[in-house]
Design a protein around this ligand. Structure first.
Ligand SMILES: Cc1cc2nc3c(=O)[nH]c(=O)nc-3n(C[C@H](O)[C@H](O)[C@H](O)COP(=O)(O)OP(=O)(O)OC[C@H]3O[C@@H](n4cnc5c(N)ncnc54)[C@H](O)[C@@H]3O)c2cc1C
Length: 351
């Protein structure tokens, strides 16, 4: 590892991988810092929607078989308005379905495929900007050692909770409202059709919606609530519904996990960066309704790479270029929340 790069990307999820891929293609020196050990677990339903699939195949290639789970393809989402009535929304026109994957495998493949230098177990802790460069403070968790790295551009691909965003604009950070998502993975069975991703829209099961899918035989289900509110009552009620109406049999619990998210995208509060620091993916607020975020993570990462490359070539302004390039995607993600609310018949993120 060197101590100076053109660009450092913090986070190795799809937004970081896409930014890395674009910058490597331009021949820039580049480092990806990832705080976790790779391949890392990421709470997710692991559905690669049509737009994500098209971008993945165009820029990275075919998703390796090792990333797929059983069932390999999901036909669509089945939205339940109550415990008996549902409507199906196919994921693609031909009805064949879209990939059902493990994020650990998919994300690791993406970032390796970018060809960038990657340092996992490295946490970005702080940074300072000067006229000539950005000085990063990181912690090498493997060797328990603090390190300094210089770069010209910094990309935050850190997901919803971003150290970089908090440092750039503490007031913006204070204005955010947060929700908690929680997901269980059980061995077992149920009579919900495993070829579909299921969404339960009744507010008694959660404040966004409650979801269910099958991955390699595991019964994966979860829900979300505003931070500070108790999620357990929602989860208990939802588990009861699955057991009583859909014959869920729970065997060994294989994993339980949680995360927090915020109200940036549902409220159109994007934060794209400052000076030579750009934010991509969920760190910038890119997340579509019902929690689909891989497609806009990929596009925003690629746009950040394009903006930085253009800036270097023509002495432009990376943030301005990035702001223009993401205009359509920002509009699309904001519209998706409005359409989602219409479909659900209520506000999808009442926080
Ligand atoms: C329950 C749930 C289900 C979902 N299901 C789907 C789905 O089926 N399909 C879909 O398209 N989207 C789904 N999403 C949304 C999707 O997971 C996210 O939108 C997407 O992962 C965002 O990508 P990203 O690259 O911005 O961030 P992330 O994928 O969150 O990656 C951020 C990375 O940055 C690292 N990091 C953070 N801070 C630091 C730091 N300071 N230093 C170093 N590294 C750091 C993290 O460890 C992480 O690896 C789901 C989300 C949730 C919560």
């Amino acid at each position: 590892m060197k101590n100076e790069y053109d660009v450092v990307i913090t986070g190795s999820g799809p937004s970081g991988a896409a930014a890395a891929k674009g910058l490597v293609n331009e021949g820039l020196s580049l480092l990806v810092l990832e705080k976790k050990k790779l391949p890392r677990y990421k709470i997710c339903s692991g559905i690669i929607f049509k737009k994500s699939l098209d971008i993945t195949e165009k820029y990275f290639g075919e998703i390796p078989k090792s990333a797929y789970v059983t069932p390999e393809l999901l036909k669509g989402v089945r939205f339940w308005s109550d415990d008996e009535n549902y409507k199906d929304y196919p994921f693609n026109k031909d009805g064949n379905g879209v990939p059902n994957i493990w994020r650990s495998e998919y994300d690791y493949w993406l970032v390796k495929e970018s060809g960038a230098e990657i340092k996992d177990c490295h946490l970005l802790t702080d940074f300072t900007e000067s006229d000539d460069y950005i000085l990063l403070k990181a912690h090498d968790n493997l060797n328990d050692k603090a390190i300094d790295i210089k770069c010209k551009y910094l990309i935050s691909a850190e997901g919803g909770k971003s150290v970089i965003r908090a440092k750039l604009d503490p007031e913006f950070e204070k204005s955010l409202k947060w929700f908690t998502a929680y997901q269980n993975y059980y061995e077992g069975s149920s009579n919900l059709n495993p070829q579909y991703y299921h969404g339960f829209l009744e507010p008694q099961y959660g404040e966004v919606y409650a979801w269910f899918s099958v991955k390699d035989g595991l019964q994966v289900f979860g829900t979300a609530a505003a931070k500070g509110k108790k999620i357990k009552p929602y989860l208990l009620k939802y588990t009861e519904l699955l057991e009583n109406k859909f014959n869920l049999k729970r065997g060994k619990m294989v994993r339980k996990s949680g995360c927090i998210g915020n109200n940036m995208c549902p409220e159109g509060k994007f934060y794209l960066g400052k000076n030579n620091v750009l934010l991509v993916g969920e760190a910038a607020g890119f997340l579509n309704a019902f929690g689909e975020g891989i497609s806009c993570a990929l596009t925003s990462g690629m746009f950040a790479a394009e903006a930085i490359s253009e800036d270097i070539k023509s002495n432009g302004n990376a943030l301005e270029l990035y702001t223009n390039l993401t205009k359509k995607d920002r509009r699309q993600t904001t519209v998706s929340w409005r359409l989602g609310a219409k479909l659900a018949g209520r506000d999808l993120m009442p926080i």
